[in-house]
Design a protein around this ligand. Sequence first.
Ligand code: PMP
Length: 449
Amino acid sequence: MSLTYDLDAASIAAPNDLEAFWMGFTANRAFKARPRMVSRAKDMHYYTPEGRPILDGSAGLWCTNAGHNRDSIVAAIQKQAAEMDFAPTFQFGHPLAFKAASRIAELAPGDLDHVFFCNSGSEAGDTALKIALAFHAVTGKGTRTRLIGRERGYHGVGFGGITVGGISPNRRFFGSLLPGADHLPHTYDREKQAFSKGEPDWGAERADALEGIVALHDAQTIAAVIVEPMAGSTGGLPAPKGYLKRLREICDKYGILLIFDEVITGFGRLGFPFAAERYGVVPDMITFAKGVTSGAVPMGGVIVRKHIYDTFMNGQEHVIELFHGYTYSGHPLACAASLATLDLYRDEALFERARAMEPTFADAVMSLKGKPGVLDIRTVGLVAAFDMAPSVEGPGKRGYQAMETAFHDEGLMFRATGDTIAVSPPLIINEAQIGELVEKIGRTIDAVM
Ligand code: PMP
């Protein structure tokens, strides 16, 4: 059976069926039987090819933090495309890549001063892990090869990322992964944390599991620990109070590098340029992507502390310091988009706006507490997650049902994982739109429960 849809609304001369595109992280057959298609976007909304507005409750995929199709970002991309389409950043350079790196480093706390560019969060995760291994190797600590992630962590889909990631379906079909990885326990316990606003009070002690891993394997075998300050893909699990500080202390004690994956939490999602600032902890590296261009052009990267960069720069001149990089690292269109995006964040004070909006957002989402079937609501920054009771057919169906219902019946887009709805609107959302968002979610939950 060939499934069709009026793709011509996108006015591209191409075959008008849905078969060829194998969609990632998607139930392809269900999608193609009843597509959720968008073809235009502006500010807080997508529009279907038929012109129906869809409120964007997820900033696309946690990325369009400045809202959609902002004029200045569009203009910067157009200008750059006309001026210079591509330039290498291996052995050659172009000014915008240096400017973008400086602007991003300025936003990072402490001496996180240097930026290695790539094109996605997955590449950023693998790049950070490789930098950690290489750092230890060049400092004569080549025994430090063990990488520590966390249960329920998501660091993209590269082999490094799925090795340290803690989501079993993302790992289970892909062989033996990288050797020598271990996982901290996740920090969620519904009984101790249900209906938390901001950082849960309970859970900092879960960081102490790192001491156990050190005791088991010896610190001299451990290269790095990577965690998200808020686990996004597994349902918006914020770091408990004091948890990240404890991780930092233990890493310092044993010479282990600490990496924050800020692919979601970077660029304002938690009301700060990076969550590291919110939590008062300076990791050794921060990975970023998504919000760096407000999703307009793919871009990612790793911000590293000065001592790491300096270590690599101590060798012989004229010798390549790190054998790693991507053809599109620092792509001119991405750099142009990034600079325009960072200007917008600054000029509209969008990070501060998100911080100021957090209590209003939190109160609004918590108003759904008590709805039949809602087991937990968590919120931090401009993120909220709603856990629904599983259906009698088994766990994992409610989220999909909710996503379909929300799109088709409510004109709302959000992320669904298992029985959880995750919401992360663009930072430009206003109070009326928060109200509308929560009403739509409430009706969606009622419809599926
Ligand atoms: N890390 C985190 C925390 C993420 O949320 C994601 C994507 N959702 C990634 C890494 C991977 O990013 P990408 O899909 O751009 O490869």
